[in-house]
Design a protein around this ligand. Structure first.
Ligand SMILES: Cc1cc2nc3c(=O)[nH]c(=O)nc-3n(C[C@H](O)[C@H](O)[C@H](O)COP(=O)(O)OP(=O)(O)OC[C@H]3O[C@@H](n4cnc5c(N)ncnc54)[C@H](O)[C@@H]3O)c2cc1C
Length: 509
């Protein structure tokens, strides 16, 4: 990737700044020459900190935004078809405690089924109290009348990014992490490229392109200011926090969805790997950073509301991991509450030709990418080539990945990891205290562009997000394996371990 970037004679059709891998894939799969520059690791921003749902959004239906729901339900179906190893059906139950809730949510969720049409993941149904308890034995029984079951999609967000990077590269795209866009190049008043820095070597590059696409989420305004220092900001970031608990709080394979909390939010408690993911909050913030921190009141809110719906009340000491992410909400001049700002995306083109795609949600990334590339083609004065992403299989595509057990999230790459282990049996040994094997670290370096211990423990594997203390125990072994593979010395290992332990401390109380 570095060699391709360093090819000074090259003019790109498009440069994408940020984690907009959907855009890079869309462009590469249509045959355009595209480079993507991510200043940190792929998905180290919001894209690894979501609720991990590929969903139509029951809440948007409640708000009457039928077109958004319809679009998301269609994309949900497309993504499950193209990445069956990462997106699967998850049943949710809305527990009901008031007489009107059963019929009310029952009708709403029937409408959700209808909108999904033949893309539906399974029909919704009103459940008796007994049926509800059978599926969620730990749901709060005090006043329980029953529940409504419906279906949506669950996925692993950062694993999907990794697989999208691989797919885009297979289609001819150039994607690189730890590479920061520092300035925009202007020629005759139009954006014509990027001055970027390789953050590992410190070397600066001048990259020319026909169009530049700003896909930097909550950082969008910074890039827009590089284009025009006088422009008014359009981002209204809001923070969302999740906590992760032991599976004993919610055994079984069914998630809980609470449609209306005290502050008008939706609350999810979701089985995720061997743990339970609970979230989220909606706290407006002024400043954004790469490592947002959960606030005390957000944790209290999540613990209090979880206790309301589960028989076992979680205490602060039960939190295995907690993480925060910023919603890249685009509000323009309106000053709505962040929970009420639309989740629709915004595509804008500045007078100098900078294309900015922001907002939206994970579920609709492909559609956003398609629209972005359609517009960028016009800006770049290129011939239009039609999109092929609706039927493009994503790297790792496998229908029966469950057969790979602990390696199932890799899809077909599980076979490659097994091959590595066959050649080097020591790589079949697990990392301290876990079921992850050493060969996975080697694979992440060789084939998934992992460059740091955190890249592996947070995003190639999700240990940091599932159990931060367990991740800290694994860090020294991961550093040693990575150092051997990346040809780094003992100092590198020490620094990596120190830096990881420091970050991991933000993930538990
Ligand atoms: C709490 C929460 C829960 C969510 N849950 C869901 C869900 O369940 N389902 C769903 O569909 N959606 C969900 N979303 C929405 C979804 O996660 C986001 O819309 C999506 O991840 C945003 O991706 P992004 O690429 O715009 O931003 P990011 O993932 O933040 O990527 C922006 C990237 O730009 C990079 N960058 C910034 N400046 C530069 C520069 N100068 N040079 C190079 N790179 C740069 C940053 O390093 C960063 O990695 C959720 C969001 C939040 C906050």
């Amino acid at each position: 990737m570095l060699a391709r970037i360093a090819d000074a004679g090259q003019k790109w059709d498009f440069i994408v700044i940020g984690t907009g891998v959907g855009v890079a894939l869309e462009a590469a799969s249509r045959g355009y020459r595209v480079a993507l520059l991510e200043q940190n690791d792929f998905a180290s921003g919001t894209s690894s900190r979501s609720t991990k749902l590929i969903h139509g959004g029951v809440r948007y239906l409640q708000q009457g935004n039928v077109s958004l729901v319809l679009e998301a339900l269609k994309e949900r179906g497309i993504l499950r078809r193209n990445a069956p190893h990462l997106v699967h059906d998850l049943p949710f139950i809305v527990p009901t405690y008031d007489w009107w809730e059963g019929p009310f949510y029952g009708i709403g969720l029937k409408l959700y089924d209808m909108l999904a049409g033949k893309e539906g993941f399974g029909p919704s149904k009103i459940l008796s109290k007994e049926e509800t308890l059978e599926k969620i034995p730990t749901v709060e029984t005090d006043g329980l009348r029953g529940g409504v079951i419906y279906h949506d999609g669950q996925f692993d967000d950062s694993r999907l990014v990794v697989n999208l990077v691989q797919t885009a590269a297979e289609q001819g795209g150039t994607l690189i992490n730890y590479f920061e866009a520092e300035k925009l190049i202007k020629k005759n008043g139009l954006v014509g490229g990027v001055i970027a820095r390789d953050l590992e070597s410190g070397r600066e590059y001048e990259l020319k392109s026909r169009a530049v696409i700003n896909a930097t989420g909550v950082f969008s305004d910074r890039i827009r200011r590089m284009d025009d220092p006088g422009m008014s900001p359009f981002m209204r970031p809001s923070q969302g926090v999740h906590i992760v608990l032991d599976r004993s709080f919610l055994p079984g394979e069914t998630a809980i969805m609470v449609p209306h909390t005290d502050d008008g939010r939706v609350l999810f408690a979701i089985p995720w790997h061997h743990s339970v993911l609970v979230g989220t909050t909606d706290t407006p913030v002024e400043d954004v950073s790469m490592e947002p921190l959960p606030m005390d009141h957000e944790i209290e809110f999540l613990l209090k509301h979880t206790a309301r719906y589960l028989t076992k009340d979680p205490e602060p000491g039960d939190i295995l991991s907690m993480f925060a992410g910023f919603r890249p909400l685009v509000s323009g001049k309106q000053r709505l509450e962040t929970a009420r700002i639309s989740r629709e995306h915004t595509l804008s083109i500045s007078r100098t030709g900078l294309v900015t795609i922001a907002g939206g949600k994970w579920t609709t990334y492909r559609k956003m990418a398609q629209e972005t590339v359609d517009q960028a083609i016009v800006v770049a004065r290129l011939n239009h080539r039609p999109s092929v992403s609706e039927t493009l299989q994503i790297h790792g595509y496998h229908h029966h990945a469950d057969q790979f057990e602990n390696l199932k999230d890799y899809g077909t790459d599980a076979l490659e990891i097994q091959r590595l282990i066959k050649n080097e049996p020591a790589w079949g040994n697990p990392l301290p205290g876990g079921s992850i094997v050493r060969g996975e670290v080697i694979w992440a370096v060789k084939a998934e562009m992992a460059r740091t211990v955190e890249d592996f423990l947070a995003r190639r594997r999700r240990v940091l997000f599932l159990d931060a203390r367990a991740a800290m125990k694994m860090a020294p072994a991961v550093a040693e394996l990575m150092a051997a593979e990346l040809k780094k010395g003992i100092q590198w290992q020490k620094k990596q371990i120190e830096s990881f332990q420091k970050t991991a401390h933000n993930y538990f109380l």
